[in-house]
Write a protein that binds this ligand. Sequence first.
Ligand code: PLP
Length: 470
Amino acid sequence: MTKDMPKTMGQQFGRRSWAEPWKIKMVEPIRMIPRERREQALIAAGFNTFLLKSEDVYIDLLTDSGTGAMSDRQWAGLMMGDEAYAGSRNFYNLENAVQTYYGYKHIVPTHQGRGAEHLLSQAAIRKGQFIPGNMYFTTTRLHQELAGGIFADVVIDEAYDTQNPHPFKGNVDLGKLEALIKDKGAENIAYVSLAGTVNMAGGQPVSMANVKAVRALCAKYGIRLFLDATRMAENAFFIQEREEGYAEKSVAQILKEFCGYTDGAWMSAKKDNLVNIGGWLAVNDPALFEELRNLVVVYEGLHTYGGLAGRDLEAMAIGIAECVQDDHIRSRIGQVRYLGELLADWGVPITRPVGGHAVFLDAAAFYPHLPQIQFPSQTLAAELYLDSGIRSMERGIASAGRDPKTGDHYYPRLELTRLTIPRRVYTQAHMDVVAEAVKAVYDARSSTRGLKMVFEPKYLRFFQARFERL
Ligand SMILES: *Cc1c(COP(=O)(O)O)cnc(C)c1O
């Protein structure tokens, strides 16, 4: 079913190098502050990279969310903003772009992805219903829980093994999904929540064969299937690369086919869609659309702007068309893979295969002497900043939060620190500098001490929690 995994970009694309399909028109200076000041900044931030000032950061790999560089066409699009309260022409351009490239019928703009998650969760979940998904995502699960739902993880087991070379580690385990449906009853399943790629597993893709099979299972039980399309263009690239029968299809064709197996999608346009702020929700069912269109007025804004300016909608419409171009996705994922391969060659433990948007460092393997409650991933993110001013993000026990029923920590099976690559922002030389910094932190691993949490916010604690060194 799947082809052998290519080992290097060179093997995949022939002997010749690939390069970015753009050149730089404007630059923003960056600099590294001295180590002493980094130490002070880290303590002031409570060892949480989310609380650092961006000015104190040298290379910012905190997230790929809203951090990308817009194209000259997108910047020109900002000037075409039609700031009418209702019926802005930019909304119709966005609607047309989503219909053209994702294929859904009805579109509601939202200020960002979680705005869309909120609306869908409120409209499609009844209290006590289950929402099976291919691994949790922080904001997605929280909105499902706030709507009274119960998230159930149905991702394949391979997703939890950072070294397993499975080409589609984001796949749904059909056995787990059907067992849950039989156990709880189809009427107690709100919908299946599918994400491509799976962020928390390391940006790992879902195969076309898998979404088809999930669709068939949902149809058998009369359950709806909704897609977190945040990085679905990147997912489409992996299908083109790895799945039999898709090598000759374009990323755009694959994306549209995949979405065609689902009933709707929500989007953080700050990722794939190449804008600094924005999101959307799209569904095919007119009755559900009517409900969402009504809810959006309460929480985001009128249904033709959803909390955004007309210019933002225009930049998003243009970004959608740009993000499905094969050469764009190839260089985007190529850069992530370049960094991952450098680290892997030096023996640094990372999640394999390298995913779409980030290189995930296996913090549990870095620091086997730190128990999970000493926050190994948070520790690694702090050490990396201290070494070189590089900002990364915790994806481990702090991100996982607490079980709303028992109040205990969720103990996730993965302790990862994410080096997330913004789109069209950094060069290959920046990636070399990052790799060398990670190597230095890895070499110093055995003398590294862990952290304790000294302040814990109630929701999405990883954003604002504070820590101290043990
Ligand atoms: C970022 C993200 C979201 C939430 O989107 P925001 O724009 O940050 O609100 C949802 N799902 C996934 C997979 C994401 O990466």
